[in-house]
Design a binder for this molecule. Structure first.
Ligand SMILES: *Cc1c(COP(=O)(O)O)cnc(C)c1O
Length: 322
């Protein structure tokens, strides 16, 4: 796999620690230069993997440029679209072959159900010679030759017939019920998340206690041009900022809020706050943390849909607690 180095911590560990035990290794690249993907391709490369809007770096990727590199390498382009959500961005329109989402975040929307989804665009040519598991008889399923029998549905069927059966990633019915209810209001919620996040990011930029603010919708963001292209309807609800005083001040700040709950989740209607360097990204080395965009002073907000004045007042109290 060739993957962006700016990934959700759990995904980074899956690629960096767990999958190598199964013989699947990953080359991590700086995704802000799309040609890095092509340069990292080896004989055994079988997929490109990115997050459309990196969590928590909030880098907006040039999906079309990376997709071109994937096509040249004849490997599927897999995009984790969890933070952007399908209401703001459809990666398939920009060349993705497979899109995945955590349903636990904005799609469910209430932080009450775990789930995930894989969406196959049905465009990838699994018979291009690199994927014999689709073109040779499957010993795991009655000798079925997936691509012959199912054409561009072969990936989805292989996932269901073998992947789901053998690896067990089955959504519980009750979670499915809650998540599909959440889905009905996604487009309305994500508009409010995006509006609140932009206003809060601008407000934070004006605070003297703040060293820097990162939100792709800010004029000051290095990703503003890409956000205008890929996320014109809104840039979702995650904002990160650096606090003067570094690691200790950041930890103290996240303990002082009351409207913002101290939680590792994102995408809840309620506002959430976390200091990744001492929590979600604690197990990474300093170099890996830096690659993932997680500095010692970084605070991540998952801005909810509450009244914006309540959110500002809560953060104001936390600033004063320092
Ligand atoms: C949270 C998250 C995941 C993992 O989702 P779970 O539902 O918690 O397993 C994957 N990718 C991104 C970008 C995430 O934010």
């Amino acid at each position: 796999i060739v993957a962006s180095s700016s990934l959700y911590g759990g995904t980074y560990n899956l690629l960096n620690v767990t999958l190598p035990r199964l013989g699947i290794t990953t080359t991590f690249v700086d995704a802000s230069h799309p040609e890095n993907f092509g340069k990292a391709v080896k004989e055994n490369t079988r997929a490109f993997f990115v997050e459309s809007l990196g969590n928590p770096k909030l880098d907006v990727l040039d999906l079309e440029a990376i997709s071109k590199q994937a096509k040249a390498a004849k490997v599927p382009f897999i995009v984790d679209n969890t933070v952007a959500t399908p209401a703001l961005l459809n990666p398939i329109k920009h060349g993705a072959d497979i899109v995945i989402h955590s349903l636990t975040k904005y799609i469910g929307g209430q932080g009450n159900s775990l789930g995930g989804v894989i969406i196959d665009a049905g465009n990838f040519d699994w018979a291009n010679g690199k994927f014999p598991e689709f073109t040779e008889p499957s010993a795991g399923y009655h000798g079925l030759v997936y691509h012959e029998a199912l054409g561009n549905a072969s990936y989805t069927f292989k996932l269901i017939l073998e992947g789901l059966r053998d690896f067990g990633g089955a959504l519980s019915p009750f979670n499915a019920f809650q998540i599909i209810q959440g889905l009905e209001t996604l487009s309305v919620r994500i508009r409010q998340h995006s509006e609140n996040a932009l206003e809060l990011a601008q407000w934070l930029e004006g605070r003297e206690e703040v060293a820097w603010v990162n939100y792709p919708g800010l004029a000051s963001s290095p990703y503003k041009a890409l956000a205008d292209k890929y996320l014109p309807k809104g840039q979702s609800g995650i904002v990160t900022f650096g606090i003067k005083g570094g690691f200790e001040a950041a930890k103290k700040f996240t303990d002082a809020t009351e409207v913002f709950s101290l939680l590792a989740n994102i995408g809840d209607t309620k506002s959430l706050i976390i200091h990744p360097a001492s929590t979600t990204h604690q197990q990474l080395t300093a170099v890996q943390q830096a690659d993932a965009g997680v500095g010692q002073d970084l605070i991540r907000l998952s801005v909810g849909i509450e009244n914006i004045e309540d959110l500002k007042a809560d953060l104001d109290i936390a600033f004063k607690s320092l």
